[in-house]
Write a protein that binds this ligand. Structure first.
Ligand SMILES: [Zn+2]
Length: 359
């Protein structure tokens, strides 16, 4: 039985697991003493989902291809692609101890002695699930934009959408500071005038349908100012808001898998839906057009639907990257979730213009 300590891993999630659930002892791999250690066979339960993404190449490649093909061992992939180990040599020792035969009658797993890879990627098989997800969403957006808005005939699997969004949930702590900007004249607005517009002035936004007011906030003052798209020398009031209570947020700023260990058996599913989550985040980030054309309004429908669904699922808001500033935006569905504490007056000194030639 081999014991392993948290310092043998770079992955923060796994390090915390060992520190929290391990026993005092000595590490058999790095010789650390008086530390928290865990039996490597027990750690295998954490590794199973990530290792099962890969298959020994001998199982899906022709012999001739195998001879020519360069490959990587599982511990190299876990080190290079997943950042689990500092160096693959240590990874090899640990993985071998973890998966070598428990008893002489067991077969030694093929991946311990062979290069491994993603069979689906090698075979060029289209990921049917992701492709269908994409198709269904596009079809649904088209349905509510151009065919049936309130009683759509083409539906989207909302249970699935709920599950996918749950992989991006996070909590925003009470008292967290966020910012909101308003163009103004010589004088700054007081805090009580920094909330969302009154209902009769709440025009369609990327997240809110016209007539329904959400509170759009930004992570920093400059991002908030960028979001109101000022001209040079414009004066802008920036309000500092505090979140009034812990808020449940769907975070679409930068959907990524991160540590494979936090997902358990859902890892493969999470990998498949990352692109879709990124797509939703990008749709929210897309700057709103200045004109009030019907086309603009139709552009907002899918993200407005998405946001109302997120609200319906019990979340307080949604976060996404700002395309106009360097930070991120958070939309709170119930404006009282944050309160403006103070305001400052700014003058815009420069606008960072980047342009592409239109060909
Ligand atoms: Zn160690």
């Amino acid at each position: 039985m081999s014991q392993c300590c948290s310092d043998c891993f770079l992955d923060e999630y796994l390090r915390k697991v060992i520190q929290a659930d391990g026993m005092p002892g000595e590490c058999d791999f790095c010789d650390a003493k008086d530390t928290q250690v865990m039996d490597v066979k027990k750690l295998a339960a954490y590794f199973d989902p990530v290792i099962s993404l890969y298959t020994a190449q001998v199982e899906y490649m022709w012999l001739e291809q195998l001879k020519e093909c360069e490959g990587r061992f599982i511990w190299e992939i876990l080190t290079e692609d997943w950042g689990i180990f500092d160096e693959w040599e240590r990874g090899k020792e640990i993985i071998e101890a973890m998966y070598d035969r428990s008893s002489p009658s067991d077969d030694r797993p093929l991946f311990l002695d062979n290069y491994v890879g993603r069979e689906d990627e090698y075979c060029g098989k289209e990921d049917e699930f992701s492709a269908k997800l994409e198709r269904d969403w596009i079809g649904f957006c088209d349905e509510i934009s151009h065919r049936h808005r309130f009683f759509p005939q083409t539906t989207f699997d909302l249970d699935l959408l709920s599950e996918i969004l749950s992989f991006s949930k996070c909590t925003m702590p009470a008292h967290k500071t966020l910012f909101r900007a308003r163009l103004c004249g010589e004088k700054k607005f007081p805090p009580e005038l920094m909330g969302p517009p009154p209902l009769d002035k709440a025009v369609d936004g990327r997240a809110n349908p016209g007539g329904i007011a959400y509170l759009y906030l930004a992570s920093d003052a400059n991002t908030a100012i960028s979001e109101v798209r000022p001209q040079l020398e414009n004066r802008v009031t920036v309000g500092k808001f505090h979140i009034q209570r812990e808020a449940r947020i769907v975070n679409l700023q930068d959907p990524r898998v991160g540590s494979p260990f936090k997902w358990g058996d859902s890892l493969e599913f999470v990998l498949k839906v990352q692109d879709f989550l990124r797509r939703l985040g990008l749709a929210l980030s897309e700057p709103v057009g200045r004109t009030e054309s019907v086309l603009n309004y139709l552009h907002y429908l899918p993200t407005q639907y998405l946001c109302e669904f997120i609200r319906h699922e019990g979340y307080d808001g949604v976060s996404y990257r700002s395309r106009l500033g360097k930070g991120y935006n958070t939309v709170l569905f119930d404006p009282v979730t944050a309160r403006c504490k103070s305001t400052k007056l700014y003058r815009v000194k420069s606008l960072d213009i980047k342009a592409d030639e239109v060909k």
